[in-house]
Design a protein around this ligand. Structure first.
Ligand SMILES: Cc1ncc(COP(=O)(O)O)c(C=O)c1O
Length: 367
């Protein structure tokens, strides 16, 4: 039996609605900004319950735009999670600042207890990451930021459709950043991203920076760049938004099934703690497993497309090693040899989920 990780063929199998909207868009010649971009921004601002939304080209652009809006510049330090995708640190470096990585807790999220010791006179911003679509301790991180007069940019790229109590990830800090990369919870047919904020000053600056700093067609207020979301992607993302809550609901049911059954493999498999007050998105369903590398091979050989995110963590990547580091991210390094990511997406059948369990039990010869 095949249990694929990539579900995009299923996601876009029924693409009539998208194609028909694309035909309308082509006829409209509204190819840069225009009504499709404004519609996306309006709909997502309603969904997130956040005043201002700016649609951009990617999650990476969203992070760069957010940091630039807060004035991050060469000489500054920005604190973020050691457990994250390259883009979080890459965006900091793109602004000329230094990324400072904080070790993870047992849920693979930034360990908020360790943040304070990384703060220096140069620290400007904290970027908590919703790694894998799980929830960092954002309420406590906001308190730490307030106490130290720091800004917060949430890397909620993997967390669209999640909830922290009743609020959306990305709506706690000064700015929230989102990605519609094809393997996030809402998939574009290509790249797309977004920022949200409740701060009008930040919005007014960022909306112009996204579009060359233009005040109007004939005047620029400052230098900017082109970070505009493509209207073609707006059509796709709007379709995804209609179904996101349903998608997250199915992913949560699948995750619960895996948690419950894999949890029986005590001492062999470790499931992270789930907080009933929060909703994770399971952009990545990650657990820790004994003999991880052999398990991965076994699952892959049996048609289960398990993966590792990532075998070489950010804190061990070549460009990060050149920075003088005061602290080593021990947990993240340890976790990188134990973590395994399993398919959990909304197109899995019960049979496929049961097959995953059977193969785990077979591997560990657990009866
Ligand atoms: C945590 C995190 N931040 C940022 C990004 C960057 O998003 P994008 O690929 O849309 O640029 C990703 C995407 O993989 C991500 O997982």
């Amino acid at each position: 039996m095949k249990v694929p990780f990539n579900y995009l063929n299923f996601e876009f199998k029924n693409n009539k609605k998208i194609i028909s909207e694309w035909k309308k868009l082509i006829r409209s010649t509204d190819y840069t900004l225009g009504k499709y971009v404004y519609k996306v921004e309006k709909k997502f601002s309603e969904y997130f319950d956040c005043k201002y939304v700016i649609a951009v080209n990617s999650g990476t652009d969203a992070l760069i735009l957010a940091l630039k809006s807060l004035g991050v510049k060469p000489g500054d330090e920005v604190i973020t999670a050691a457990n994250t995708f390259y883009a979080t640190a890459g965006a900091i470096v793109a602004c000329g600042a230094k990324p400072v990585l904080v070790d993870a807790n047992d849920n693979y999220q930034i360990d908020e207890k360790l943040i304070q010791r990384h703060i220096t006179k140069k620290t400007k911003v904290i970027i908590p990451v919703y790694w894998g679509g799980a929830i960092p301790n954002i309420k406590l991180i906001m308190k730490i930021a307030k106490k130290n007069k720091l800004k917060v940019v949430e890397d909620s790229c993997m967390a669209i459709g999640g909830k922290v109590s009743s609020k959306h990830p990305g709506t706690f800090g000064d700015i929230g950043c989102f990605s519609f990369h094809p393997l996030k919870t809402i998939n574009a047919i290509g790249d797309a991203g977004m920022i949200c904020t409740n701060n009008k000053k930040i919005y007014d600056w960022a909306i112009k920076y996204r579009n060359h700093g233009m005040k109007d067609r004939d005047n620029i207020d400052y230098w900017g760049v082109n970070m505009r979301m493509q209207p073609l992607q707006c059509v796709v993302v709007l379709e995804g938004l209609k179904r996101i809550d349903k998608i997250i609901n199915i992913r949560n049911k699948n995750a619960k099934f895996l948690d419950k059954n894999l949890g029986k493999l005590k001492n062999l498999v470790k499931i992270p703690k789930r907080d009933k007050n929060n909703t994770e998105t399971f952009a990545l369903y990650m657990i820790r497993a004994n003999k991880r590398n052999n398990l991965l091979k076994f699952l892959n050989n049996n048609g289960i497309e398990a993966k590792i995110h990532y075998p070489k963590p950010l804190c061990l990547q070549k460009p990060y090693l050149k920075y003088k580091q005061k602290y080593i991210s021990k947990n993240v390094i340890k976790q990188s040899s134990e973590l395994i990511t399993l398919p959990v997406h909304q197109y899995l059948s019960k049979k496929q989920l049961k097959f995953i369990i059977t193969k785990f039990f077979e591997f560990y010869k657990f009866t």
